[in-house]
Design a protein around this ligand. Structure first.
Ligand SMILES: [Zn+2]
Length: 84
């Protein structure tokens, strides 16, 4: 999976988009939600995390981090609380 990062188009709500994180710092980026619409981001470095939740594009948010792994409970060896 290609690493992705957030790129600010404007300071409006929902106008920060995901694109490939290996950005060279000068070329326009192609957001995942609309690859045909290029723009030059306001941030100078790709952002892994946005400052505000509201700034993230709702369409790109669906492509953000994969769902978290399922947590499994660990039972220590020699557990004496077993009622059997
Ligand atoms: Zn987007």
């Amino acid at each position: 999976m290609t690493a992705r990062a957030w790129f600010v188009r404007t300071v409006r709500t929902g106008d920060t988009h995901l694109a490939a994180a290996d950005w060279n710092g000068s070329d326009p980026i192609r957001p995942l939600c609309a690859p045909d619409v290029q723009y030059r981001p306001m941030n100078r470095r790709p952002m892994r995390v946005c400052f505000y939740d509201e700034q993230r594009c709702p369409l790109c948010l669906g492509h953000a981090a994969p769902s978290p792994p399922v947590l499994r409970a660990a039972v220590p060896a020699g557990n004496t609380d077993d009622p059997r």
